[in-house]
Ligand binder design. Structure first.
Ligand code: ARG
Length: 572
């Protein structure tokens, strides 16, 4: 279905005949024709012949008659390829009756664990968790749509030494009151108050220490209080996921504590494999390839000198569980770039232990920071970290106000619905449309604008097409004969047939800005088509064909936005 591939497959045998060995025809979109093949240029060097002569000879052998209406030798030896209108139309027709719009189900479906969101109990989710949640959810949606078995793993930070102090702080003012605070979602002040007491009060510190020991020792009363903390936090996080239209549910919480039982066996096995070394009282693995600034090997501490286990041990246990018990072959970790080294070391150690062996592999889907308009890390006015819910509420409020302004006819309920879909969509799209490896600036004006590469622009393009059908009072017929004569129709057709290729690439790279960029190009190409080619005013067969192009554009936009976790609206 992918045109570039189709042309490549046709040209490759011709090149092979001329070269006497396989050659890449190097086909790409061209400013001069629809596509061009540059293969002759590289081959010329190899054969020591003139590239034009090679290209001419390739032309004699190439079987392109049904696919191209024009093939032209140009410049130093390019082949300019013009795709035949009826070949392109046949492809569009095939898409129109394909419920997957040219995106095939994965040939080899696998079990994929997507580790994402992962906030910490009794702490506010910050903007880093927002990025993880938004990117991870897009990955889960995409891979699920491609037919993989996707297991969402919300690796909640629900264990460790801070819980001594948090539990003591919970019992101090009376449990009921503290639980009330927590359920209000005021996690940050809870955490900070506990921290302040811990820093100021020696007796509280001592109580906290004893609590940690009781918690690790499985003391029932302590565990009950710990569960209370975890449950209140989980409930709060679920309200955030709901607001964000994220597919994570309560079944996806697999907190760090859920690996407790596995930590002992993990360390034992590492020991048996001879991978453990003692360093300053701690049991460590020294994964190959990880060295510090001084060139000395870096330790991955699996058991601390006090006998406790930390973050690395839990992640090792999680890998062993995910590949061994769950049978996953692709492990994705959607976590900020500052944790890169941690994951590299964990993956290397897991590979040494045989818990991460091909075909199983792990990928750190890293991302940069969200910056404020001053170009520095996003901070609240008071200088603290920005509360995620506050940010989302602001997005919805701004989008609702804009919706009312742009369309005074919207009713109260409808304006609220549009405001929510656009506000949340804008936040998610701003994230997903930028290269995840980089930082990006949170800019309300830009992300809520109806012009440019934004969620509102795409949502508007979709609802505009839906309004065409409302006005027409008909639906498109997928079997309608497609005719492509105007350049704007051909341009739109080329975008539509390119969906499958982009989706396939993004499923590998998990660089969603390429999918966002594709949807933006599609919407923009549609817009020029709609300006130049009358749809409802056109005659019989042309009208039918154009309605089909409109409908197909809307469906691809909707599916693409669905993958990004963004809602479409019938009107806005
Ligand atoms: N809770 C951690 C944090 O807030 C992220 C956990 C990421 N996942 C993992 N398997 N380590 O930074």
């Amino acid at each position: 279905m992918d045109l570039e591939q189709l042309l490549t497959d046709r040209l490759a045998p011709a090149f092979a005949t001329v070269a006497g060995s396989p050659v890449d025809p190097v086909v790409r979109r061209s400013p001069r024709a629809d596509f061009q093949s540059d293969g002759a240029l590289a081959l010329a060097r190899q054969l020591g012949r003139a590239p034009r002569a090679i290209a001419a000879e390739v032309l004699q052998h190439a079987d392109l008659a049904d696919l191209c209406s024009g093939v032209e030798l140009s410049g130093p030896g390019f082949l300019n390829l013009t795709v035949a209108d009826d070949a392109l139309a046949a492809m569009v027709s095939a898409l129109a009756t394909d419920p997957r719009w040219g995106v095939p189900v994965a040939a080899a479906p696998e079990t994929v664990v997507v580790d994402y969101s992962a906030p910490n109990v009794a702490k506010e989710m910050h903007v880093g968790h927002l990025r993880s949640t938004v990117i991870g959810d897009a990955a889960a949606r995409l891979l699920e749509w491609l037919g993989h078995r996707v297991l969402r793993a919300n690796h909640l930070g629900d264990w460790g030494t801070p819980f001594g102090m948090l539990i003591e702080h919970l019992v101090d003012p009376g449990e009921a009151e503290a639980a009330q605070d927590l359920s209000m979602g005021d996690l940050d002040s809870f955490y900070k108050a506990a921290r302040a007491k811990f820093d100021a009060d020696e007796a509280f510190r001592e109580r906290s220490r004893r609590r940690v020991v009781a918690l690790q020792g499985g003391d029932e009363a302590t565990l009950r209080l710990w569960r209370l903390l975890v449950e209140q936090s989980e409930r709060y996080f679920l309200t955030v996921y709901d607001l964000l239209d994220v597919t994570l549910t309560e079944r996806d919480f697999h907190g760090e504590s859920s690996y407790n039982e596995l930590l002992g066996p993990v360390v034992e096995e590492l020991n048996r494999l001879g991978l453990l070394r003692e360093s300053e009282g701690a049991a460590c693995v020294f994964p190959p390839g990880s060295v510090g600034r001084d060139g000395a090997p870096l330790p991955l501490i699996v058991r601390k000198s006090d006998g406790g286990y930390g973050y690395p041990a839990t992640d090792l246990a999680a890998i062993r569980h995910r590949t061994g018990t769950l049978g996953a072959t692709r492990l994705l970790y959607v976590v900020g770039l500052p944790q890169r080294q941690h994951f590299e070391m964990v993956y290397a150690a897991a590979a040494q232990a045989g818990w991460l062996a091909p075909p199983a592999r792990a990928e750190h889907v890293g991302f940069g920071s969200i910056l404020g308009s001053d170009g520095r890390m996003l901070r609240s006015r008071a200088g603290g970290s920005v509360k995620l819910v506050g940010l989302l509420e602001e997005a919805i409020a701004r989008a609702t106000a804009l919706a009312r302004e742009r369309n005074p006819e919207l009713g109260e309920a409808e304006a609220a619905e549009v405001g929510r879909a656009v506000g949340i969509g804008a936040v998610k799209y701003a994230d997903l449309s930028s290269d995840r490896h980089r930082d990006y600036v949170l800019d309300w004006e830009r992300m809520l604008s109806l012009d440019g590469n934004t969620a509102p622009y795409l949502q508007y393009a979709y609802s505009r097409i839906r309004s065409i059908f409302r006005r027409a009072g008909v639906a498109a017929r997928p079997e309608a004969r497609v005719s492509l004569t105007e350049p704007a129709e051909r341009a739109l057709a080329f975008e539509l047939v390119g969906f499958g290729k982009v989706v396939g690439e993004v499923a590998e790279s998990l660089e969603f800005h390429h999918l966002a960029g594709y949807l933006y190009r599609l919407a923009a190409t549609f817009s020029s088509f709609y300006e130049r080619c009358p749809v409802l005013r056109a005659d019989g067969p042309v009208r039918e064909s154009r309605l089909l192009l409109c409908d197909l554009t809307a469906r691809v936009l909707r599916q693409g936005l669905y993958v990004l976790g963004i809602r479409t609206l019938e009107r806005m």
